[in-house]
Write a protein that binds this ligand. Structure first.
Ligand code: AKG
Length: 331
């Protein structure tokens, strides 16, 4: 249930103090390192190179950055502007479009759905758009809602196109294809976009913007307006052998977008690829805005390891279940 948070507070409220809460790996070191960056050029001569880079990034990290992604920067910049306009509204205005307190994802303003799993709150706010933003936009700006709707809807169309292209590439790295009969249908899934806001925090070392979690998606694509905040986890279980458990911060990335592997990719690949743990830390200087697009099969689509992704003799590590069931029970 969304609560009004006073993000202008000079002292962190007790409800947001995390420094004594075990959120999993909170105190592991943060180590800067290069993040795989893939130029998605449309040149057919580059196809094999792109495929190899994606395969390597999925095998070793579970996240990568894409450049030349084809998503219009005009759409992205308009969306960023609308995102700021939304979060700059007064708290009571935002609360007028609060999300209904249900486990299912629905449109509206509030904390991240994940916050229900913790006793402490995140130093952040979000606005989910499941399908069309029209109803809420009309409520917020009765005479001036069109630019918000246009920007979000165009963003969703462009992101869906990119997400489909990336899905095809990821499947190809597994020897599979979108045409395979056991590939669950993404036919007209309702687009799900989350606009996120991480206001300046008075005591960032005690707070958390978004606790460590994995996404329930095939892939998630993110656009952040500033650097700083998002961190990916790398640990001993990663496939590159002995590495110290640590967090990898995402640096400033210009016009690029960030791609995150979710649990559905892990299931399709029978665990060859791993969904990646990630978190957002709070900061004292920059109000950070992020736009996130989740690419996930329909709730009633059957999801399980894809036959062609398995080597002969491999046993299946995951049951074939409806996508919605996996989401309910975790994976
Ligand atoms: O806002 C961000 O930087 C990360 C968002 C995220 O991890 C999520 O929505 O699952």
């Amino acid at each position: 249930m969304a609560k009004i948070i006073d993000f202008s507070a000079k002292v962190l409220p007790d409800s947001h103090i995390w420094d004594t809460v075990e959120d999993g790996h909170r105190h592991d070191p943060v180590i800067e390192e290069s993040i795989p960056t893939i130029n998605l050029s449309n040149n057919p001569d580059d196809y094999t190179m792109i495929l190899n880079q994606i395969k390597d990034a999925c095998n070793t990290r579970g996240f990568f950055i894409v450049t030349n992604h084809g998503v219009s920067m005009d759409v992205i910049h308009r969306c960023e502007k609308e995102c700021k306009r939304l979060f700059d509204l007064e708290p009571c205005e935002k609360m007028s479009v609060a999300r209904k307190p249900t486990y299912e994802i629905s449109s509206g303003y509030g904390s991240f759905l994940l916050s229900d799993c913790f006793s402490k709150s995140f130093w952040s706010e979000s606005f989910y758009v499941v399908g069309s933003p029209l109803e809420h936009a009309k409520q917020l700006w009765p005479d001036d809602y069109q630019s918000f709707c246009d920007a979000i809807e165009e963003f969703q169309v462009e992101m869906k196109y990119l997400a489909t292209r990336l899905t095809n590439l990821i499947l190809a790295t597994l020897g599979c294809s979108i045409e395979d009969e056991d590939f669950p249908k993404f036919e007209n899934p309702t687009p799900f976009t989350s606009l996120n806001s991480y206001p300046v925090c008075p005591e960032p070392e005690k707070a958390i913007g978004l606790a460590p979690h994995k996404d329930f998606s095939m892939i998630t694509i993110l656009r952040q307006t500033t650097d700083g905040g998002l961190q990916f986890y790398r640990g001993k279980n990663d496939t590159e052998g002995q590495i110290t458990d640590h967090w990898v911060p995402v640096p400033k990335i210009g016009d690029a977008l960030i791609v995150v592997l979710g649990n559905v990719s892990q299931i399709y690949s029978n665990g060859r690829y791993r969904s990646v743990l990630h978190r957002v830390v709070a900061n004292q200087t920059i109000h950070r805005h992020v736009m996130t697009y989740f690419h996930t099969p329909l709730a009633n689509a059957k999801v399980g390891p894809l036959k062609k992704a398995m080597n002969e003799g491999d046993s299946s590590h995951y049951k074939g279940l409806e996508c919605g069931e996996y989401r309910r029970f975790g994976s």
